[in-house]
Design a protein around this ligand. Structure first.
Ligand SMILES: CN(C)c1ccc(C(=O)NC[C@H]2N[C@H](CO)[C@@H](O)[C@@H]2O)cc1
Length: 473
């Protein structure tokens, strides 16, 4: 069965990669997308982690996280963003009852991030529909038990968790949610109501920059454009309309279905209208998990070639979708891998280079301890920490284009406006020397240095089109 699943995936991956290789160029092309902006209209480059998978099954729905963990993450990698997992089952444990104690817990953790200058995206997370999709043991997460209707259809036992998505009972639970069965129109209404309750709570919290409306949507017996352009886009529109009755400023992140699109097939997601006064604040937030990487033994040899082809196809489709949804910003909401695999860090660099080149935000999957994450079970830094400690323009007064970063030089395209300042994160070894920073700036001049946060402030020349910061005088 495992072989059958992966053989389907491999055929799909070869089709995808083959298409890409036919026109293979470097992993990055030149187009870039607009950035998310903060309350002052500054362009943000978002760099951080999904935090955390530990929230999926936690009785209180909150991640295993302490303020010291955020301190360590910043000290090690200078992140400024978190994709914070929340769940419908914790927000609305009973129909129509919103758990303010849970939202207080989320708010406390949002404060931990806000106090350290982070931007928070609240991710209404689900995998395999909900916590009680298999009542006997925790397989899924997301929806509450009262919203889970598998109608007694069979759900098997699988070593590979992804295979549960093919079980009749799981498909039925999703079909009831999307009202494909016509039996449960109330479920999507409740889901939208849960989002309205979350938005009402965080509307006035400037650190909460975005709402990720649904993690890795799955259409059950509806797949592809029939699902994405149909009930999924419709749910997003309903959620947007409800959220905007209480929150006029937080960005709304739209994820495509995971099936296929995670692996670089194109999405059929339709445009969503933002009823707010002023420019739309809608972003496209796909995930990236090249099947050849899952199938292969690392980012080497033939696997590397296939993964590169998949990433190129994913990039082309992502840029096309950003344009189709209204030239919207892009946040790569998830990508990650077992960093003990050969070539893993080269892959991580390649994906961050694509994000830098096109102005995508990035949340690495995930902050959890272990072989995918930045820290081990004892909280000690792993190889990923050095790979993610990259210079980047955290926030800029004006538009930001392509970013080109290496360990001793950071260059980014700009169109300065407003206060003309750019806040730039520099890794600890970017400019060695006690009286740091010894840096050379073209396109502006140094107007401040926060040695504790390793943030350089640059006053940009009003006419600058590029800012370059080089280590050393
Ligand atoms: C068959 N379907 C619908 C499917 C298969 C595989 C994934 C997946 O690997 N997702 C990647 C990661 N994302 C979640 C959290 O959002 C993690 O648990 C997965 O590793 C998703 C859906």
């Amino acid at each position: 069965r495992r072989l059958r699943w992966w053989s389907i995936g491999l055929v799909l991956a070869l089709v995808v990669a083959g298409g890409a290789l036919a026109g293979a160029r470097s992993l990055s092309t030149t187009e870039d997308v607009p950035a998310l902006t903060d309350e002052e209209g500054r362009s943000l480059t978002l760099r951080g982690f999904s935090t955390a998978g530990s929230a999926k099954q936690a009785p209180d729905g909150l991640p295993d996280l302490r303020p010291a963990d955020i301190e360590a993450e910043y000290a090690d990698m200078g992140t400024n963003f978190v994709r914070f997992l929340i769940s419908w089952r914790a927000v609305e444990p009973e129909p129509g009852h919103y758990d303010q104690a849970y939202l207080d817990g989320v708010a406390e953790r949002v404060d931990w991030y806000a106090e350290r200058g982070y931007h928070v995206m609240l991710d209404m997370h689900q995998d395999l529909y909900g916590t009680e999709i298999v009542p006997s043991h925790a397989v899924g997460n997301g929806a509450p038990g009262w919203a889970t209707h598998s109608d007694g259809l069979p759900i098997g036992e699988h070593e590979m968790w992804e295979l549960y998505y093919l079980d009749p009972g799981v498909i039925r639970a999703f079909d009831n949610f999307w009202n494909t069965t016509g039996e449960h129109p109330e479920l999507r209404t409740h889901y939208v109501g849960a989002w309205e309750a979350v938005a009402e709570r965080f509307a006035d919290e400037p650190a909460v920059i975005a709402y990720d409306l649904m993690n890795e949507p799955y259409g059950g017996s509806l797949q592809g454009p029939a699902f994405e352009a149909g009930p999924l886009t419709s749910l997003y529109q309903s959620a947007a309309d409800a959220i905007r009755t209480v929150d006029d400023s937080t960005w709304l992140c739209l994820e495509p279905q995971a099936m296929g699109v995670n692996w670089a097939t194109p999405t059929g997601l339709g445009p969503v209208d933002d009823p707010r006064d002023g420019p739309a604040r809608i972003a496209y937030c796909p995930h990236l998990y090249p099947l050849p990487m899952d199938l292969g033994s690392g980012y080497t040899g033939t696997t590397k070639t296939l993964v590169d082809g998949t990433v190129q196809t994913w990039l082309t489709n992502t840029l096309r979708t950003s344009e189709r949804l209204g030239d919207v910003p892009v946040v790569l909401g998830e990508f990650g891998l077992d960093t003990t695999k050969p070539g893993a860090l080269e892959y991580v660099d390649a994906v961050y280079d694509v994000a830098d080149d096109h102005g995508f935000g990035v949340a690495y999957w995930s902050r959890d301890p272990g072989s995918w994450g930045p820290y081990d079970a004892e909280g000690e830094p792993r190889n990923l920490v050095a790979a993610l400690d990259r210079p980047y323009p955290r926030s800029v007064a004006g538009a930001v284009g392509a970013i080109d970063a290496d360990e001793h030089e950071l260059t980014f395209d700009v169109s300065p406006s407003g206060g003309l300042t750019a806040e730039v994160y520099l890794p600890d070894d970017f400019s060695p020397g006690p009286g740091r920073p010894e840096v050379t700036v073209d396109g502006g001049e140094v107007s401040g240095w926060d040695g504790t946060r390793r943030v350089l402030e640059v006053m940009m020349d009003p006419e600058a089109s590029e800012i370059s910061i080089r280590a050393g005088s």
